[in-house]
Design a binder for this molecule. Structure first.
Ligand SMILES: [Zn+2]
Length: 402
């Protein structure tokens, strides 16, 4: 079946748009004909948007449902680390994510979760050892080794960590990083181990340091951590080394928007649309070698149609030539999903959470300070007089403390 669509198409070399008619056949772009139509009368046709690091599990949706919502906002693909489900269900969980995702027209690219369990202090449901990681990485569906959180293990040359990294290198698959706050010479050692991305930067200086050392920085703006404002201006200078991600995206905010919102915010900051599209579309396709089209003849017909580049409201989303969303409505149907895990717990009573301080109570207690909009925390000391209530229980009471 042949489909024709007209619009303004980006030319990334000339940094301009030109009016054109796309012909799509069998899911691919068959031709791109230039038109003599004055710009302004046509909508924009852009490559589809990509979330370059997201744990689908944090949306509390199965992959097929995540896709159903995300396509409405022009997202056509995700680089997804199935770390959270692997932590509970092991390889079976990773398998589940892949199989469920395959049932809908959306491009999920999963990684092999490098750190399950995330720390040795966790009571995780599984342990993905080197053999499991190798088995995953050899699969064509697994595009990369995901989120090497154990950066102390990388720096300390932990044998198992190094073997996992080597397995990815042997297969020429990229290795994603996770090294909040790491800078200078230690950051260089982490990069030298073969790790090519980081999505944990929370300050401009840290991101700049890593960019200058050749790392790709993924700007994270999700439901948990928000680093867009701190990092976005770096896109002006490093348009070939940056991408966008949400990391954790809760369902209430996925309903409102996705990577399209970050594009609109970047354009509003005065950043060239071509640089914004590099971060949102081109860079992830090149870095992870995705089978995602970029509006070239012969490419899979993956693209979006938007009326203007200010609001980035997506009118239509096409994946492999199929119209998957139009005017805020998804064409992806909900599918029946099997259940592989049950979470059974008795109701939690208040007394289960009570904590009585040792007697006599120490003068100070070590406390974790949570920072709004950040995943990093501070270690502080608080006088117990602020923490013990009338019933002699230990309580966190932010009003009393700060
Ligand atoms: Zn993550």
């Amino acid at each position: 079946m042949e489909l024709k669509i007209e619009g303004l198409i980006p030319d990334f070399v000339a940094e301009d748009f030109f009016p054109a008619r796309l012909t799509i056949e069998n899911g691919r772009i068959k031709s791109i004909e230039k038109l003599e139509v004055a710009p302004g009368t046509l909508p924009f046709i852009l490559p589809g948007l990509i979330d370059s690091h997201v744990h689908i599990e944090s949306s509390m949706l199965v992959p097929s449902e995540f896709a159903r919502l995300a396509v409405v906002h022009g997202t056509i693909a995700t680089i997804s680390d199935p770390h959270e489900i692997a932590n509970v269900c092991g390889l079976e969980g990773v398998e589940y994510m892949i199989n469920n995702g395959k049932q809908v027209p959306f491009k999920f690219y999963f990684g092999a979760p490098s750190c399950v369990p995330a720390t040795e202090f966790e009571t995780a449901g599984a342990n993905l050892d080197v053999a499991s990681i190798k088995a995953l990485l050899t699969r064509p569906e697994i595009k990369y080794l995901s989120e090497m959180m154990n950066f102390p293990g990388v720096l300390g040359q932990d044998i198992e960590v190094l073997e996992k990294i080597k397995a990815a290198k042997d297969l020429h698959k990229p290795i994603d990083g996770h090294a909040p706050g790491l800078r200078g010479e230690v950051a260089q050692r982490y990069i030298d181990a073969g790790i090519t991305t980081d999505h944990e930067c929370f300050s401009r200086e840290e991101a700049l340091d890593k960019l200058q050392r050749g790392m790709n920085i993924i700007i994270r703006e999700g439901s948990a951590a928000k680093n867009f404002d701190a990092l976005i201006d770096l896109l002006e200078t490093y348009p070939d080394q940056m991408m966008f991600c949400s990391d954790d995206k809760h369902p209430d905010s996925l309903v409102d928007g996705h990577i399209n919102q970050l594009c609109a915010r970047a354009v509003a900051r005065g950043i060239s649309i071509f640089k914004v599209l590099k971060a949102a579309c081109l860079n992830p396709v090149h870095h992870y070698q995705l089978q995602v089209g970029l509006l070239k003849i012969g490419d899979p017909a993956d693209f979006i149609v938007v009326d203007n580049l200010k609001k980035f409201k997506v009118k239509q989303t096409f994946i492999n030539g199929v119209l998957v969303a139009q005017n805020g409505k998804s064409n992806i149907k909900s599918i029946e999903s099997e259940v592989i895990n049950h979470f059974k717990i008795r109701p939690i009573k208040l007394s289960d959470l009570e904590f009585l301080p040792p007697s006599p109570a120490p003068e100070n207690l070590q406390v974790i300070e949570a920072l709004d909009g950040q995943l990093i925390t501070n270690k502080i000391e608080i006088s117990t007089t602020h923490l013990i209530d009338a019933q002699e229980r230990l309580n966190s009471n932010v009003e009393k403390i700060f």
